[in-house]
Design a protein around this ligand. Structure first.
Ligand code: ZN
Length: 328
């Protein structure tokens, strides 16, 4: 993955300026507001960001819906048609949308495609231990880090629709305040988790940024991507870890099958350690559209609350604002 720009506020703007030149050279028609700006985001976390930033000025859709795993998703013909109908496409990048990569690349020749997470300063990203030069794409798990992505999406929308600048700036500012609030809440509810219990075991490595932000060691049965299956050796390694460390609970993920986590629970039971299922976490997709859990704030509230309640933190069952369907 190449990062052609130095990252600072000024650099994001210069990235945007370069982008305009590229879009114009590609013959992208200028956008004038006679209807909402059509935005297609690859994953629901980004669609939510666009909705929060753009309000009624944008019409946004997420290509991947509830419970869909972006690492393994292959685009259909109707997906390509949806992408082609957008005024701008917002992707995460950092190799999250692995199988969509080719389609996005060829689309990018004629249409603005904005890889939002690739505008995060490189020194704030976590490296992928298995692929030198690649980074962990699960940046939405740390709301402070996601603020950088929100700023990058805001800048891309302003470049595409300059007349909407004031709307996008105000929307982004309000949303960034909400991200700060969920970060504060998460920090507070996890503070009482004892040092020895700060181990988060999930189906795949989606929680490294969460772990870094809130002081948890993170272990996924599968790696950063779900593209390769977990081996028996990895499951055995984790059974040893949960038994040795007396881990109380492990977690399912909404976009990954349960079987590996069940194998862990059975493996621990065979060694006389009762391992609870702490609940299901949203990892790579938001919950049901139109619900609180269908927003990133709701997703992070659900995850933080569920983890806190399972591992000895102190969180209200219905979360930060009493809006969760069910707590952990
Ligand atoms: Zn993932």
């Amino acid at each position: 993955m190449k990062f052609p720009f130095r990252f600072s506020v000024a650099a994001v703007i210069s990235a945007a300026v370069v982008t305009i030149a590229v879009w114009m050279a590609a013959g992208v028609p200028a956008y004038s507001q006679t209807r909402p700006l059509k935005v297609v985001a690859t994953v629901s976390m980004l669609a939510d960001a666009v909705r929060q930033i753009g309000g009624s000025r944008v019409e946004v859709a997420s290509l991947l819906g509830e419970g869909v795993d972006p690492h393994t998703y292959r685009p259909t013909r109707s997906d390509i048609a949806r992408l082609s109908g957008a005024d701008i496409v917002i992707a995460n990048g950092l190799h999250l949308e692995a199988q969509l990569g080719e389609a996005l690349k060829s689309l990018g020749k004629t249409k603005p495609v904005w890889y939002a997470a690739e505008h995060i300063p490189q020194d704030r990203l976590i490296s992928d231990p298995n692929y030198p030069g690649r980074f962990d794409p699960h940046v939405w798990m740390d709301p402070k880090l996601w603020t950088t992505v929100v700023e990058s999406v805001r800048d891309a929308l302003i470049v595409r629709d300059p007349a909407g600048r004031a709307t996008y700036q105000a929307g982004a500012k309000a949303y960034i305040a909400q991200l700060a609030a969920i970060d504060d809440y998460t920090r507070r509810i996890l503070a009482p988790v004892p040092a020895g219990s700060r181990v988060l075991v999930t189906a795949h490595d989606a929680f490294n940024y969460f772990g870094r932000a809130y002081g948890f060691e993170v272990e996924g049965v599968q790696g950063l991507s779900t593209e390769s299956e977990a081996g028996l050796k990895r499951v055995e390694e984790l059974v040893r870890l949960v038994v040795d460390r007396k881990v109380r609970a492990v977690f399912f993920e909404s976009s990954v099958p349960d079987r590996n986590i069940r194998a862990l629970v059975e493996g621990a039971a065979a060694r006389g350690h009762k391992l609870a299922i702490g609940g299901e976490l949203y990892s790579d997709a938001l919950g049901t559209p139109g619900t609180y859990e269908g927003t990133l704030i709701g997703m992070l509230d659900h995850n933080g609350t569920t983890i806190a309640r399972a591992l000895g933190g102190d969180a209200p069952v219905r979360g930060m604002a009493g809006k969760l369907k069910h707590g952990g």
